[in-house]
Design a protein around this ligand. Structure first.
Ligand code: IPE
Ligand code: IPE
Ligand code: MG
Length: 248
């Protein structure tokens, strides 16, 4: 089993993003309803947040609900929203105690009112916390985020705030909903699926991808350490040759 002490704290990724997948299959394998899987996934969230903060990861982004997830059965959506409200409300104290700042990415205005209220309150209370930023991706999809950025850029061009000629990668990135966080260096997906499902497409251009068969409710600190250790063994070349990296 991977051990925390094997991790080099000097070469940690600043930002880790996770596609928390497999709650439904986990529940099904136990003969339970999908919603039971979502409820059980909360423990994995708690452990992962704790593991990341303890290591000294600066930003952790968790994909909790996608734009496409609105197409699920209504009762499942309602249960997820209820769970979101109760979990945030329960975990606020822990976030404060651990000096963690809560933030969101996604179309949060599409969430039910009580969810927005709970989120707003916790974000306000934790706004000045400095140990780690926890981003919840809610009603999020990368294509939504990119189209939304384009709309804002067009509005700013029309208003004369920016010139079309000045649009570059940096300016474009600054219009993304997630511009409050650096690009993730590591993206983890659980449940044995090898796809991105509309998550952070722009931001993961050079991220290291890590896939594990573990279903999300079974994911724990050791699994997080395993992903970090795997990341630390990769050579990130950014288009250069291996020799160029060792010469420098
Ligand atoms: C991830 O688990 C949670 C959400 C997408 C909200 P799933 O609900 O997708 O579980 P599986 O993939 O069907 O097993
Ligand atoms: C991705 O999981 C979204 C979240 C983890 C919130 P899905 O289960 O919705 O993705 P697909 O449908 O398998 O691609
Ligand atoms: Mg899934």
């Amino acid at each position: 089993m991977p051990n925390k002490s094997q991790i080099n704290l000097k070469t940690l990724p600043k930002h880790v993003a996770i596609i928390m997948d497999g709650n439904g299959r986990w529940a099904k394998s136990k003969g339970k309803l999908r919603v039971f899987g979502h409820k059980s996934g909360v423990r994995a969230v708690r452990e992962t947040v704790e593991a990341a903060a303890e290591l000294g990861i600066g930003y952790l982004t968790l994909y909790a609900f996608s734009t496409e997830n609105w197409n699920r059965p209504k009762y499942e959506i309602n249960a997820l929203m209820k769970l979101l409200v109760s979990s945030i409300s329960k975990e606020t104290k822990t976030l404060i105690k651990n000096n963690i700042r809560l933030s969101t990415i996604g179309d949060v205005n599409s969430l039910p009112k009580d969810c927005r209220k709970e989120l707003d309150e916790t974000m306000k209370i934790t706004a000045n916390n400095t140990r780690m930023q926890l981003n919840l991706a809610l009603s999020y999809s990368s294509r939504w985020e990119i189209v939304d950025a384009v709309k804002q850029i067009v509005t700013d061009i029309k208003a004369g705030n920016i010139k079309a000629d000045n649009i570059d990668e940096e300016l474009f990135g600054s219009y993304l909903d997630s511009s409050h966080s650096p690009n993730p260096e590591l993206l983890i997906r659980t449940s044995g699926e090898y796809r991105i499902s509309n998550f952070l497409l722009w931001q993961i251009a050079y991220a290291e991808l890590y896939f594990t068969d573990k279903l999300w409710p079974d994911f724990g600190k050791e699994d997080f350490y395993a992903a970090i250790l795997d990341y630390q063994q990769r050579e990130r070349r950014f288009g250069k040759t291996s020799e160029q990296l060792t010469e420098a």
